[in-house]
Design a protein around this ligand. Structure first.
Ligand code: AMP
Ligand code: GLY
Length: 428
């Protein structure tokens, strides 16, 4: 692989990929950054190419035709489809786990068995492919109980059930294939955990890893964390919920056994490991693993890194040891997601967006669900449209900068939560 003047391909189309492309282009190692398929805002800043991210063949074709030196895979679907395995077979280094490692996100049943086998704290559970044994297990569970489709479900496959009837209906729906297709053909029935959630992102290369600042996101669409679940309405980092001492404890009780367990199971994990934690009164427990950067967490975490990340991504892709730690700014960062009213249910598309020519200092507008129309105007094209990111010496400054930017953007169905960070601000 070339050592510099790299042509880097970022795969994906969301705010996460807009951020990754910005990080790559800022690297002295990069000559050009191409994003496929990208979105409207990304297309104004970078060369973009059409791509069905689910097709390994199309990915390989772009890499060959464009003479790509290094690929960064953003979303979980191509990772679970083995995009990295395919690229590696063609001799192209690609950041992200291979298909076998991506099962940590692609199969919740696999992950629960993995956690159990390696004594890593998590909610008690059962995995089922048949209705009758699932219902027998359900009858032994306390309420509320959590029912999950094992496979990928774009963050929608989790039901928190207050009654046995709701849980039974969820189990029947999933196992019959009617609610989540093949992703629901196996279900995980899980103990409900109480506590506050935090996300820990690692960049891994086998058992070697670096941590990124801990973040928290707001999954519910409504203020006060009410209403339907979404892909995330806002996030901030770092969070004071987890002290440096607590993080050291989690490294011992969760991170090290996870990476050692993967190795023992013959899985060479390279790429991002996103650990969703529930901080219960009984200690931190793993809620889930994702095998890619979070969206919108990426938009707040990566700007806090005070060094070039591209060499770290490259070393991870090659399975080489990583530095002990990354240089992190002593700042805070917040993203407020600008959505289309109606999201996560039906919402309008195609509305023209007005945005400032340049975002004010310490803020940036990240594009997610946007497109360019035939007049070259930016229009809405998704539920989560934009992310207003603010940075500052304190989270209060970051918040002021993010919200000031929200007000400088206009489209008809603009909707955003006004209370991002409320739990952090009310912490003593
Ligand atoms: P998952 O995709 O497994 O992380 O689940 C999505 C969201 O559902 C989590 O971020 C939690 O808010 C909630 N959740 C999942 N599992 C549990 C659980 N066992 N107890 C309480 N909440 C849960
Ligand atoms: N924001 C949650 C996720 O990316 O899975």
């Amino acid at each position: 692989m070339k050592e510099q003047n790299l042509k880097i391909l970022v795969i994906g189309s969301g705010g996460r990929e807009h951020t990754l492309a910005k990080i790559c282009t800022a690297s002295p190692l990069a000559e050009e950054v191409i994003v496929a398929p990208g979105n409207g805002g990304i297309a104004r800043e970078f060369k973009t190419l059409p791509l069905n991210v689910e097709s390994n063949e199309e990915i390989s074709q772009i890499v060959q035709e464009e003479g790509i030196d290094f690929v960064v895979v953003g979303p979980e679907v191509p990772l679970c489809n083995g995009a990295v395995d395919e690229l590696n077979r063609a001799g192209i280094p690609a950041y992200g786990p291979n298909q076998s490692a991506a099962r940590l996100e692609g199969s919740k049943a696999f992950t629960k068995d993995f956690l159990n086998r390696h004594n890593i704290p998590t909610a008690s559970y059962g995995n089922f492919q048949e209705v009758e044994p699932a219902l027998r297990y359900l009858s032994t569970c306390a309420l509320p109980v959590v029912v999950k489709a094992s496979g990928l479900a774009a963050g929608k496959g989790v039901l928190i059930c207050e009654s046995v009837e709701d849980a039974e209906a969820g189990i029947r729906d999933m196992l019959s294939g009617s609610s989540f297709g093949d992703s629901g053909k196996e279900v995980v029935i899980e103990e409900f955990l109480e506590g506050e959630e935090a996300s820990l992102h690692l960049i891994c290369s086998g058992e070697s890893y670096v941590t990124l600042p801990m973040s928290q996101d707001h999954k519910k669409v409504g203020e006060g964390d009410t209403g339907l679940n979404t892909g995330g309405m806002g996030a901030y980092a770092p969070t004071r919920l987890v002290s440096a001492e607590m993080l050291e404890m989690y490294k011992d009780s969760i991170v090290a056994p996870t990476l050692a367990g993967l190795k023992a199971d013959g899985i060479d994990f390279r790429g991002t490991l996103y650990i969703g934690l529930m901080l219960t009164t009984d200690g931190a427990k793993v809620l889930e693993f994702n095998v890619r950067f979070g969206d919108p967490e990426t938009q707040v975490i990566l700007p806090l890194v005070d060094e070039d990340l591209v060499p770290v991504l490259i070393e991870s892709s090659k399975g080489n040891p990583l530095p002990a730690e990354l240089k992190i700014k002593s700042q805070s960062s917040m993203i407020v997601v600008l959505a289309s009213k109606g999201y996560p249910e039906a919402y309008p598309k195609g509305e023209v967006i007005t945005e400032p020519d340049e975002a004010p200092e310490n803020s940036q507008l990240i594009h997610a669900g946007t497109a360019l129309n035939e007049n070259g105007e930016i229009i809405t094209n998704g539920g989560r449209v934009l992310g207003a990111v603010g940075c500052g010496n304190t989270l209060y400054d970051a918040k002021d900068n993010a919200y000031a930017l929200c007000e400088m953007v206009y489209y008809k169905s603009k909707y955003y939560r006004k209370d991002i960070g409320h739990n952090e601000f009310s912490r003593k």
